[in-house]
Ligand binder design. Structure first.
Ligand code: FE2
Length: 418
């Protein structure tokens, strides 16, 4: 690809990602933009501003001579956790930021976009490093597009009126997962995990390295709501034997008796979705479970969760197609069959830690992924809220084991040959 073609492709991808964010918040009313219903989630207006601040501090400040921040104060409010750049505002207080107003934040986005496009259109400016940072800005915005949906869902869920974000369809409608599980079996041996593609992946996916696998089998589809109901009805949440110690404590403390957003009324299970309250479809993949619940279900089922290396080895040649953010938002192409990618993130049994011979990047980049490598578990595959262009077979998502407001589900594995 020539330099000019690369510029055009960058501009196109940048503009697409910024427009997609606008499209995501289109159904919101102004009152929805400031809500932060728990510390894990951020208000929609904060996401809009933070993904804009990112371009200012990571790119415009470095590449534009004497760059003036659009609002000097945005650095005080919209830096998430980059200690090397400025003092971050406490996450738990993001819902208290009433000013700048929603309209001012939309104006802020427009102004920064103009500056980024100007930078990209200046001849000779787009070197390899700038290309990398623009790609990083796009990936970063994609991550927040997913968070916008999962956070809005949580924010709406605490309102007893159970507001509808988008009429029409539940998040996973259109795919049926009711077929009996088939097991894909793999022999033991060395495999390659991760990637050396420094311009096309995050630092946490690098480098490509050898990993020894023992014989294992992995399910061809995720666990369904119907199968999870069987676990509940068999005393899943009242039998300590199935649970890790911390998981069992969390079940007691949080009084969990089902996945997040589920309730039972007159003998029927319902769940809250972005399309409001819906009866639970037993053929759909179970979603909004924590690592603890995924692990307990697997034990009850006589199986275990896959390691992230097993997951990657099993699915690295699969097409990246499935039920993604674009499918959900635009309702264009419903996936008609079982796909590995999309629909729900799948918990693995692997702790989120550095790959062999990986190096933590210097400065703020080292704060992007690497500083979170403790006490979190890896999830693979992407969800119904992940932009399709964001996911790849080596992609590592990570959350604490008690978190369940993401679209997180379960794929089973087991030891041994068939
Ligand atoms: Fe961020």
């Amino acid at each position: 690809m020539s330099t000019v073609e690369q510029n055009i492709s960058l501009v196109k991808d940048f503009t697409y990602s910024r427009d997609l964010t606008r499209r995501i918040v289109e159904p919101l009313e102004v009152e929805d933009f400031g809500i932060q219903a728990m510390t894990d989630v951020s208000p929609p207006k904060w996401h809009l501003a933070h993904t804009t601040w990112f371009y200012e501090d990571f790119i415009l400040k470095q590449y534009k001579e004497n760059y003036n921040y659009v609002f000097e104060d945005t650095r005080k409010l919209f830096n998430s956790y980059y200690e090397t750049l400025s003092k971050p505002f406490p996450k738990s207080q993001r819902g208290l930021i009433s000013r700048p107003t929603v309209q001012q934040i939309f104006d802020y986005r427009n102004k920064v976009e103009e500056q980024v496009l100007e930078l990209l259109n200046e001849s000779g400016q787009v070197d390899e490093q700038l290309t990398f940072f623009i790609r990083l800005g796009i990936w970063h915005e994609q991550q927040h597009q997913e968070l916008l949906l999962t956070d809005m869902k949580y924010n709406f869920s605490v309102n007893p009126l159970l507001p509808v974000y988008k009429e029409g369809r539940a998040e996973t409608e259109g795919i049926t997962f009711h077929q009996p599980v088939e097991w894909k079996a793999f022999e033991e041996g060395l495999t390659l995990v991760g990637t050396n593609d420094a311009s096309g992946s995050f630092d946490n996916e690098q480098p490509e390295h050898k990993h020894y696998l023992y014989p294992f089998q992995i399910a061809n589809r995720p666990v369904t709501n119907g199968e999870y109901i069987a676990f509940i009805e068999d005393g899943g949440y009242t039998t300590p034997d199935y649970w890790l110690s911390e998981g069992w404590s969390t079940v007691q403390e949080e009084e969990w008796h089902a996945p997040l957003y589920w309730w039972k009324e007159d003998g029927t299970w319902y769940h809250f979705t972005l399309a409001g309250a819906q009866p639970l479809d037993k053929t759909q993949p179970v979603s909004h479970v924590s690592y603890y619940e995924a692990d307990a279900f697997a034990r009850w089922a006589g199986c275990r969760l896959p390691s992230e290396q097993e997951w990657e080895h099993a699915f690295k040649t699969e097409n990246i197609e499935g039920n993604f953010l674009e499918t959900y938002l635009y309702d264009e192409s419903r996936a008609q069959h079982n796909t590995v990618f999309g629909t729900v993130w799948e918990w693995t049994r692997s702790p989120y830690s550095p790959y062999p011979e990986s190096a933590r990047p210097d400065g703020a980049l080292g704060e992007y992924n690497a500083k979170f490598m403790s006490n979190q578990m890896v999830l693979r595959g992407g969800s119904t809220a992940t932009p399709q262009g964001h996911i790849r077979p080596t992609y590592r998502n990570f959350f604490h084991p008690d978190k369940r407001w993401q679209f997180s589900g379960i794929r089973l594995a087991k030891d041994g040959r068939v």
